[in-house]
Design a protein around this ligand. Structure first.
Ligand SMILES: CC(C)(COP(=O)(O)OP(=O)(O)OC[C@H]1O[C@@H](n2cnc3c(N)ncnc32)[C@H](O)[C@@H]1OP(=O)(O)O)[C@@H](O)C(=O)NCCC(=O)NCCS
Length: 178
């Protein structure tokens, strides 16, 4: 693993967008990006990061990459971090995937492309199956996952309590990539 290496780069709205591995010097920007995601109440994991817990998260990502147990990609435009995606070995030849973009980076095709990059990273880790969970209220994420080939494999009714106080289902989705 080369820290900071770019794995994909493309123009989005005329601006170069990069997917790259993290490096230790990303720590402050990594914490700031997670604070933004938490403030925006994204419908997925939220990390309440301070310097210590942010350092632990980032070092876990770097060690996972080094040991080929997981991969972690940052989304960067003009030196600003806009989001992240990860994939980690979770069982026999399958990986669990997750991703999140800050609000201003959504709806521009970046998430779809990041799913493709995470699939490539999962193959590199030896996966033949991909797995993720998504809240049933997260219709744009479900749309993207279906578009790139995931199908629903299970559903836990009323599993998630949303910020609104309402509940929604937790959906399991899988994609076989062999
Ligand atoms: C989910 C997420 C990663 C998708 O990335 P993105 O860059 O916004 O997705 P894209 O722009 O590639 O594609 C969005 C698609 O959803 C569609 N869409 C937008 N709003 C929608 C809605 N309310 N319902 C259904 N589809 C919707 C768009 O039309 C587009 O589809 P198309 O390409 O077929 O036209 C991103 O929105 C995100 O980070 N959300 C917050 C964090 C999160 O929810 N992460 C996933 C947790 S499981």
């Amino acid at each position: 693993m080369q820290e900071g290496r770019i794995v994909d780069s493309f123009l989005n709205g005329g601006i170069e967008t990069r997917f790259r591995y993290p490096r230790w010097s990303d720590l402050d920007a990594f914490i700031a990006m997670h604070r933004t995601l938490t403030r925006e109440k994204v419908m997925c994991r939220r990390l309440e990061l301070d310097a210590a817990s942010g350092g632990r998260e980032l070092s876990q990502a770097l060690v996972g990459l080094e040991q080929k147990r997981s991969s972690y990609l940052l989304v960067e435009q003009e030196g600003i971090l806009l989001g992240e995606g990860f994939t980690q070995k979770s069982g026999h030849e399958y990986c669990t995937i997750g991703l999140a973009l800050i609000a201003r980076a959504r709806g521009l095709g970046i998430g779809t492309r990041l799913m493709d990059a995470l699939e490539k990273e999962s193959r590199r880790l030896g996966a033949r199956g991909l797995y993720l969970t998504v809240w049933s209220a997260n219709t744009s994420a479900i749309h993207v996952y279906r578009k790139v080939g995931y199908i629903e494999s299970g559903r836990r009714p009323d599993w998630v309590m949303m910020d609104s106080g309402e509940t929604c289902d937790l959906i399991d989705m899988v994609k076989i990539i062999e």
